[in-house]
Design a protein around this ligand. Sequence first.
Ligand code: ATP
Length: 220
Amino acid sequence: MLHPIGILGGTFDPIHYGHLRLAEEMLELANLQQIRFIPTGIPSHRTTPQVSAQQRSEMVKLAIAEQPAFVLDEREVQRSSKCYTVDTLRELRAEVGEHQPLCLLMGGDAFLQLHTWHEWEALFELAHIVVGYRPGFTIEERIESAPQILREQYQNRLCAASQLQQQTHGGIAVLGIPKLEISATVIRSRVAEQRSIRYLLPGSVAEYIYENHLYQHANY
Ligand code: ATP
C-alpha cells in the first residue's frame, strides 16, 4: 500500500511554526510519505503587496530545508494565471497516477470555509481532506453552524486516519493537533512595529525578512 502524499497550500506570508507543526504532526499521524508545500501564486487580497510570490516561496524553502520529507512545490508561483486548488490537484493527480493516495491538508478554520472554494466538491474526487483540529474536540460542534452542503459532505466522508491509505481520495479525516497561537498576520504586524518575532518562525526565515526589508510598513 502506498503512503499518502500530503499537500499543504497557503499564502505563507510568511511561513511560521504554526504551519510547520501542523505539517510535522500530520506527517506522523496520517503516515504520509511526503508533504508538498505549495505557496499560492497570483497575489490575492490576502498577500502583502511589497512581498513577491517568489519571496514567499523562498521563505518556505528556507523553513523546510532540514526536513527531507517536506518539499517545496512552486507550480502555483510559476503560473501566470489565477490558479485554484482544484486545478493544482488535477495536475498532481495526473503526475502521481491513479493509485497514489493524496491528502489535502488544512487547519480547521480553512476547512469550515471549504464550501466557498472554486469547484469544492470536485476536490473529493481527487484527494482526501485532512483537517487539523484541537485535540480532544471534534469539528462536530462548529460544523453545526456551517452550511448544510458542507455538513453533509463531512458526515458522509468522515474516516479514520488509518483508512487514508486504503483509498486514493474521497475521505475526510480529522486529526487532533494542538494549534499554536501564531499567525502570519501577527508576524507581519510585529515586524512593522519593530517588535521581536523570535521563536514564532525559523531563524533563517526571520533573517531573510530583515535582510530583504519585508513587512516594514503596516499595510497587513
Ligand atoms: P494569515 O495570518 O495571513 O491569515 P496564516 O498564518 O493563517 O495567514 P495561511 O498561509 O493562510 O497562513 O495558512 C495555510 C494553512 O495553514 C491553512 O490551512 C491554515 O488553516 C493553516 N494554519 C495557519 N496558521 C496555523 C496555526 N497557527 N496552526 C495550525 N494551522 C495553521
